[in-house]
Structures are given as C-alpha cells and as structure tokens.
Design a protein around this ligand. Structure first.
Ligand SMILES: [Ca+2]
Length: 480
C-alpha cells in the first residue's frame, strides 16, 4: 500500500445486536450515540476501507438507520465541495478563457484599428495614384498640345522661310531692275539734254549700286516717306548751297557741351584710357611732335575703350559740304557731329600703328561695323592719302576701294573721276571715281532718299547708294 494512492485507515465500528436478533445495517448516516448498555455484548471488527476524507464526526445509530433527507452528511459536503472545487476550477478555466478572450478581443480591436488605418492609407494612396494618373494624363495632353503647337510653328516657320526665300529672290530681281533703271534714267537724262541742245553735258559719276544684293537690314524701306521733317538737316532732294565758311579753324569753335577733364594732354585716347579714365567724353590731346592741342572725343564704352573719334554723324546738325581748309583743320562739335581734321588725323596716325573702326547705324537702330587692321594718312603734300589694312566686320567692305586715294574737296580735286566727286557727293572724302561710301555726305532723315546724285551718307555694302545712314562714326586705336 502506498500512502499516495490509497491510504489505509483503520476504522472501528460498533456492532449492535438488537433484541430481535437482527443486525442493523451499517449506516454512514450520523446517529446519536445511545447510552451504553452493560448487557449488550460487544464485538470488534476491523475494516480496511479506502481512505476517505471525513471531516465531520461519524455517528453510529443504535436504533438503525433513520433516513433523514434534511440531514447533511460529510459526503454531501465533500460532494458539494467537490462540485464547488470543480466549478471553481471551471470558473478559473473560464476566467482564463475570458482573459484569453479579452486579450484576443484587444488584439482584435488593435487589428481592426490597424486594418482601418491600413484601409485609410490604402484609400489615400489610391487617391494619390488616381490624382497622379489624372495629372500625367493632363501632362500628356498638354505635351501633345505643345507638340502640336511646335509642329504648327515649325511648319509656319518653314512656310515663312520659303516665303522669305521667294521674297529674297524677288528682291534681287527688283534690285537689278532698279539699278538698271537708274543707269537708264541717267542715260536718258544725258540724251534729253543733248537733244534739247543745251551744250556740253556734265559728266556724272557712275552710280554705285542702289541696293546691295545682300539684304543687310529688315524693313529697310519702311522709312522711305519720312513725314517728320523737323530732324531733317536738308530738304530731301534739294541741292546744298556752296560750302559755307567754316567757323572752325578761322574762328574759335563753340564751347563743347560735354565734360572736359583737367588731365592731359594725352597723345591719344588710348593713353587716356590707360590713365584710368573710363568715361567717354572730351579730352585734350597733343600728338607727338606737335604743339597744337586737340579737343577730341574719347570713346570708352566700346570694345574696352581707348578709341579716338575722327568723325561723327548723327543728326545732320553740321554742314559737311566744306572746303579743303575746313577739312584740314576740322569742324563741328566734338560732342556731336564733327570732323577731327586731316592734319590731326595725320599726326595721330604718325604716332604708331593704329587700326580703324567704322561704326554704322541704320534707321531701325541696328549697328554694324567695319574694322581695318591698320590705318594712317600720308602728309598734306600727298593729299592725305588713305592707307588701310585688311577689312573685317559685318557691314561689308566699302572702304577698301578708297584705299590709296587722296582726299578731295570741292575746291581741291584729287579724285580719279573726270569731274569733281565732292561736287556730286556733297562732301569731302578719299574719292576714287567716285565712291563706294560717302560718310561726309548729306544727312538725310529716314534712310532711303531721293536726290539727283548719290549724296547721302551711304555705305554701298550696307543699304546701297540711296540709303542714308542714321549715324556713323570713324575712330582709331593703337593695334593690340
Ligand atoms: Ca577729279
């Protein structure tokens, strides 16, 4: 026998014999202990019964079992306790289950919450995606529209380019016709005069091309009819009077309007620039080997500055149809239209190696330039012969044909033409026979001008012989 599984307990029951000789049944019911009878024989039995939990008192009834349903035995209590224990265990189990369920519920709640969050996030992402798709679709639509527009513009450009080519071809034809007509008109004029018997026909220099074959500017002829006459120096087509006496040289020049520094004198404007002056304006110059002071305009706002301006046209305020002396000494206003003077130009050029820049502006405001790699004049005894280097620029080369030519004025004819080129071109210049350019001619307002002779400020390669430029400048600087 082991004490764990089944303990044996010894229990002593009293066997009670009744008068009727019957033995009573053993009862586990509690009975009241009867008073002890000395006559009753006593027997003792020993039972081996399995161990039971008996917590209450055990009573044997001498009067036999008297079932009492209302009585509560230890067994009942044990049973009840057992039931209670069982229920408690079940409750505990249930509690555990409930706890677990609670956790599960919490987890479920969390999961639901997370799920809701995920749903909301997914919705958000979906909306974003939708938005993005719509945007991309819009973009692609826009792109397609842009492509269409680019295609349209390209085709339009091609159309315009082809139209431009057509116009260019027509322009070339028209230019040829106009040039031929000019020659024809001149010939007819000569013939008329001869027919009318007015004696000897004055010889007229050949016309330079009326319009250049290459179109230098757009809308070149839009100003042909210039209604504003206020700025016009001379009525279009009118003849200039004979050269007026120059106030310059003979009389003191008018006070200049620009600034004049107290520094100097300098040998040229390049030296002015090297001395630290960066403002364009009038400066006093004195060339090497000369005691004469020169007022000159120094241009410092162009190509690093240091340019000495020899000539300037801009508004027709100064008459350039002058005699030899005037051209020798110089005339005009230094801060406006002026001619620096052949003597001064000669003395400047003697000092070193200079280059020449010719700046031209048309009536659309476009500026072009012609630069010559070297520039100087020969002495007066050589007629201030022009010496030029090679051309570069975007104006076209209309000055090289004057290279090596002497200076001609109305009163001193040094040109290669039978007559006097200055007479026809109304200026002084290094005329050949006569000129591909005439920067000292008559300043006409508006560009294209009508005149018997080509006497405007023209540059044949840029605008032709009957296009008078709005402004022109000639300036020199030592070669870099
Ligand atoms: Ca001549």
């Amino acid at each position: 026998m082991t004490g764990n599984s089944c303990c044996l307990a010894t229990l002593t029951y009293r066997l009670v014999r009744s008068d009727h000789g019957r033995t009573k049944e053993y009862s586990l019911h509690r009975t009241k202990r009867a008073p002890q009878d000395p006559d009753v024989k006593k027997c003792s039995y020993t039972f081996l019964v399995p161990e039971q939990r008996i917590t209450g008192p055990i009573c044997a009834s001498a009067t036999g079992p008297q079932p009492d349903k209302d009585r509560v035995t230890r067994m009942d209590i044990a049973d009840v306790r057992e039931v209670l224990n069982k229920q408690r265990r079940e409750i505990e189990t249930l509690q555990l289950v409930v706890d677990v369920d609670g956790n599960l519920v919490n987890e479920m709640k969390l999961l639901r919450k997370e799920s809701r969050n995920m749903n909301s996030r997914v919705t958000q992402l979906y909306m974003q995606l939708l938005h993005e798709i719509i945007r991309k679709r819009d973009n692609s639509l826009e792109l397609a529209q842009l492509e269409n527009r680019v295609l349209n513009v390209t085709s339009e450009m091609l159309r315009v380019a082809s139209r431009y080519k057509e116009l260019e071809a027509r322009f070339a034809v028209m230019a040829g016709v106009v040039n031929n007509q000019s020659i024809l008109i001149t010939a007819l004029e000569e013939q008329c005069l001869r027919t009318l018997g007015r004696g000897e026909v004055p010889v007229v220099p050949p016309l330079v091309q009326v319009v250049p074959q290459n179109i230098p500017v757009n809308n070149r002829f839009t100003n042909e009819i210039q209604r504003d006459h206020t700025n016009r120096a001379f009525p279009r087509g009118s003849r200039m009077d004979s050269p007026t006496a120059s106030p310059f040289g003979l009389n003191p020049p008018p006070p200049p309007q620009g600034t004049l520094t107290s520094d100097g004198p300098f040998r040229d404007c390049y030296q002015v620039r090297q001395a630290g002056h960066t403002t364009s304006g009038m400066y006093l110059l004195k060339t090497d080997g000369s005691d004469r002071l020169i007022q000159a305009w120094c241009e410092h706002g162009l190509d690093n500055g240091g340019w000495t301006v020899l000539q300037r046209r801009r508004d027709g305020s100064v008459n350039f149809f002058r005699n030899w002396e005037n051209y020798k000494r110089g005339f005009g206003n230094i801060d406006n239209e002026h001619w620096l003077g052949l003597d001064n130009i000669y003395n400047l050029g003697k000092q070193g190696d200079y280059k020449l820049m010719v700046e031209l502006e048309d009536w659309t405001g476009k500026k072009v330039y012609a630069e010559y790699s070297s520039f100087h004049l020969e002495s007066e005894s050589e007629g201030y012969r022009l010496r030029l280097g090679t051309y570069q620029g975007n104006a076209g080369d209309s000055l090289s044909s004057h290279n090596g030519k002497q200076f001609t004025t109305l009163d001193r004819d040094k040109d290669a033409f039978s007559g006097n080129c200055a007479h026809f071109h109304k200026g002084g210049w290094w005329y050949n026979a006569c000129g591909q350019t005439n920067l000292n001619g008559v300043w006409y307002s508006g560009g294209v001008y009508r005149s018997k002779f080509q006497d405007g400020i023209f540059w044949a390669e840029y605008g032709g012989g009957f296009y008078s430029l709005k402004s022109a400048r000639m300036m020199i600087r030592p070669i870099d």
